[in-house]
Design a protein around this ligand. Sequence first.
Ligand SMILES: CN1c2c(nc(N)[nH]c2=O)NC[C@@H]1CNc1ccc(C(=O)N[C@@H](CCC(=O)N[C@@H](CCC(=O)N[C@@H](CCC(=O)O)C(=O)O)C(=O)O)C(=O)O)cc1
Ligand SMILES: N[C@@H](CCS)C(=O)O
Ligand SMILES: [Zn+2]
Length: 756
Amino acid sequence: MKTSIIGYPRVGSLRELKFVSEQYFKGEITINELHRTGAELRAAHWKTQQENGIDFIPSNDFSFYDGVLDTACLLNIVPARYQALGLSPLETYFAMARGYQGEQGDVKALAMKKWFNTNYHYMVPEIDDSTVIQLAGTKLFDEFQEAKQQQVATKPVVIGPFTLLKLAKYTGTKQAADFVGEAAAAYAAVLEQLNTLGAAWIQVDEPALVTDLSPADLALFSKLYEQILSAKGTVKVLLQTYFGDVRDCYQTLQTLPFDGIGLDFVEGKESLALVKQYGFADHKVLFAGLINGKNIWRNQYKRTLSLIEELSASVKQIVLSSSCSLLHVPYTLKNESRLPDATKRHFAFAEEKLQEFAELKAVLAQPNPYAAAQYVHNEGLFNGTRFTNNEAVQAKAAALTEADFTRLPAFGEREAIQKAKFNLPLLPTTTIGSFPQTAEVRANRFAFKKGSITEEQYKQFNLDRIAECVARQEAIGLDVLVHGEYERNDMVEYFGECLDGFIFTEKAWVQSYGTRCVKPPIVWGDISRSKPMTVEYSAYAKSLTSKPVKGMLTGPVTILNWSFPREDISLQDSAFQIALAIRDEVLDLEANRVAIIQIDEAALREKLPLRKSDWQSEYLSWAIPAFRLVHSGVQAETQIHTHMCYSQFSDIIRDIDAMDADVITFEASRSDLAIIDTLNECGFQTEVGPGVYDIHSPRIPSVDELKQGLQQMLDKIDIAKLWVNPDCGLKTRGEQETWASLEHLVQATKEVRAAL
Ligand SMILES: CN1c2c(nc(N)[nH]c2=O)NC[C@@H]1CNc1ccc(C(=O)N[C@@H](CCC(=O)N[C@@H](CCC(=O)N[C@@H](CCC(=O)O)C(=O)O)C(=O)O)C(=O)O)cc1
Ligand SMILES: N[C@@H](CCS)C(=O)O
Ligand SMILES: [Zn+2]
């Protein structure tokens, strides 16, 4: 059986691409040095895949920033404001990714959004009425030839036209359907050039096919591919889907002349049933996504072989594939020196997944696969207990009743009590929690982890930062202060490190966007909290001021969604265990007189199932109660805040309100306050802090612009319910721009208050 990888990670196993890119952005290295690292990484990735006998090795899965942005550039989707800068193609590309402020002009970056249900972000292509979609770039062909020179015959990968047009933002009057002809011609030109270059296959990624499709979507898809495939030469076309099943278009895929269809049998609940029910054309190849590209557990060969057997009854030609790109898992276990082998043997990061492909290939080549040594060894990994059980936690979770999920008294009564207690001015000002994680803050942590400073020194440094931060917040006149989150490497990894039941890694980085990476902790066993995690820092901050200090926690849904979850128990069970642990922390903070507590649920929206029919039954039915469980035990006068980075929650607005927080802060500055209309329409009760400026940019908003933003909000929101804050944490920003922006925020609020 042949094997295929949909895509490989690209930042480098030690984040080499991150470091050279950041050096390049600072002007510390030349473009040639950046290109050299890119080429070295590509060569290394191809070689590793080749060594593991992968038959369909991807090319063009490498990216200097993002694959959707690469595709936009390939197809000439470059808004005029970036072209007008007159920069080189790569500089223009980075201007779209990061914005540009310099001699050539001043432009903001393209919008960034979550890539389906992952923690990866893509750049949103922007199409206006003057956009001409046509083949304009060469990266896809260059990287195919580069691999060929290294004796690696690759399968070039490109984001497909349907997904691209669906994800794009249209700023003029034209819509996706108006670009069908141009887009189809551009993709046909890609195929033609690959024919000339002698490529055997192209992989066209269409993850948008696993979402709910309307008749108009289906028509758009068919129209695009009828045109593209009518011009097809010798290059075979693999239509690749992932992150779910293609129940709305399975038969269309069978009818169109694709040579291969890639289906996801890990997240695609109905993939197997679709194949069984409708069959699979004999002349097409099924790229069966059986090795999980999103999680890090070893593949169970027994399950994979059994699925292959079942599929073989309906499918003539099967290629064993990953369920999605391996971009979403770390590179390799080789860099994990602290984890015991007994633990590591249960994990497969990208490189270890390649070994699984090689082993499965060998196993499947045996007359009796079940007797193969690799099979027997693999089965041994799944026998016996491998997780750390905590019976007390299990019992606590099993004993939960409705009362544990219900905070009393009801919101209205609490709101009045809290107004009287805190006596905050109208339009209270606050921040979202983190302050700049400067090089010194990170270096202090690095020194502690290396053992070159003591725990006491490490802590003292953070306490000093807290003292400075509190004093400065007080000095500029913010109303509700925070400690600054200096002790956190990341808002999820930190809690993974503090809680029992998680495993954390040294170098298991996964790209989140551009040069930014995260190290998701691994849920290994039952989760519990053996000691307070944030109380010391929050209580210290509180001791420094008479103003209210907001304690800062990450909520259970976000901790779970940004970790690698267990697969032997349900997400609900894990979420409730984490919720019980965070609940203990909330109660400890309250006992230490931290009277405002923010519980971030930045990732709540992210894992909302891609199909609406699954929203309640598979997700919201436990995610919202998990949050309620965390705070239902506090007194009426303790004010619970929550925060979400993205404001795309109009469609789940009632569920957000049902979280029963007292205040919610969220991003709004980039979405034209459309969310506020939704809040009003549904009678949203929670107080709100729509972000008044965008923290993703170093730009300092002026007092006037902030006043204007506030005024617009006041036109729509009851003043008694409105808070004033940036749209997210300030950890990625520099010191200077942070304080200047906050001073403007306070000044703007004071001026608006004065004019009331
Ligand atoms: C809010 N967001 C988050 C998401 N996911 C998370 N898990 N966390 C988030 O905050 N998703 C959505 C958004 C946007 N996403 C991100 C993702 C990542 C970052 C970010 O800033 N990442 C940092 C890495 C942060 C970190 O863990 N740092 C560690 C390690 C620091 C380090 O590199 N150490 C060096 C040595 C340093 C030295 O001084 O010599 C080393 O280990 O080699 C830490 O602080 O300890 C990044 O740089 O990518 C932001 C938003
Ligand atoms: N409290 C966190 C939330 C980020 S989403 C922070 O401020 O960084
Ligand atoms: Zn945020």
